[in-house]
Design a protein around this ligand. Structure first.
Ligand code: SF4
Ligand code: SF4
Length: 288
């Protein structure tokens, strides 16, 4: 089962949920935590894994043999990302804009474009007290998160439970990380900003046809609009976590919730059981 942990808004407690869920179920199920928030991975701060493997991630960018180029402009025309410009006597390539799609080399009429690998980040994996751990890191100044997310997801071993920590928002990196999940947990807070971004996140996961449930973090502040929205949209609120200075204190020290307050482990196990029930029900519904 693949469970992604996402949130429309940053800072709602995604990391807290992903790490505590992984640690809660590790004694009952094989569990792998994939931190796909590659622009700012921080699950390692809490799980402190021993990293045993590191692999650079490259994307193919074009290299033009200008001795044979006719400067026809076809490559610039087909590049959807404006990563190539052709002047009467020169071809300019902007590697930072290139998505490595290969269209220019495929469509160059003279076949004078080859591809060279450009390093954009790294994928590291290891283990943390029984949790298999993988995360990706996008190199500073790079903008192409999806290729690194794909590499992180390739490490999913297909055994037990895979938990994917997704970057905040609803853009391409989120879609890349969430797609193929069996369930998506949406972590939010009971504020107008939390609700606004939750609505966008729900639209995204529904578009991907992935069932979702909400975790309401920092309850006790804000209003009841998130609850009203979830009730109207028939989205289950699977766990509530109160605004609590002790939880904030643990988080600021890099201690997971279930390690600092072990009484929370039962709540995360119940959360896991509810997710499994929803996924199984949906699976049997699909088969019928
Ligand atoms: S499409 Fe090929 S031949 Fe035409 S300008 Fe680009 S590299 Fe040169
Ligand atoms: S590989 Fe794709 S994105 Fe990169 S320059 Fe060629 S057409 Fe543009």
């Amino acid at each position: 089962m693949i469970i992604s942990v996402a949130s429309g808004k940053g800072g709602t407690g995604k990391t807290l949920v992903a790490t505590s869920l992984a640690l809660s179920i590790k004694d009952r199920d094989k569990v792998q935590l994939l931190d796909c928030d590659v622009e700012e991975p921080n699950d390692h701060v809490f799980l402190k894994p021993t990293i045993t493997r590191s692999e650079a991630v490259y994307i193919p960018v074009p290299k033009v043999d200008e001795d044979k180029c006719t400067y026809c402009g076809k490559c610039a025309e087909v590049c959807a990302y404006n990563a190539i410009a052709v002047s009467p006597k020169h071809v300019l390539i902007f590697p930072e804009l290139c998505h490595g799609c290969g269209a220019c080399s495929y469509l160059c009429p003279e076949k004078v474009i080859s591809e060279v690998g450009r390093e954009i980040g790294v994928v590291e994996s290891g283990n943390s007290d029984g949790v298999e751990f993988v995360h990706g890191r996008l190199a500073i100044g790079e903008a192409m998160a999806p290729p690194i997310i794909r590499k992180v997801k390739e490490q999913a071993n297909g055994e037990g439970t895979v938990i994917i920590d997704v970057s905040p928002g609803t853009s391409c990196p989120v879609v890349e990380a969430v797609k193929d999940s069996d369930f998506c947990l949406l972590v939010t807070e009971p504020t107008p900003f939390g609700l606004n971004d939750l609505v966008l996140a729900v639209e995204t996961v529904r578009e991907l046809n992935i069932p979702c449930g909400v975790i309401l973090n920092r309850t006790g502040v804000g209003d009841r609009k998130v609850e009203e929205y979830c009730s109207k949209e028939n989205i289950p609120i699977l766990l509530t976590i109160p605004l609590d200075t002790e939880i904030a204190r643990l988080y600021s020290k890099g201690i997971t919730l279930v390690e600092g307050m072990p009484q929370w482990k039962e709540s995360f196990l119940r959360l896991f059981a509810k997710i499994r029930e929803i996924v199984n029900e949906r699976g049997s519904g699909t088969k019928r």
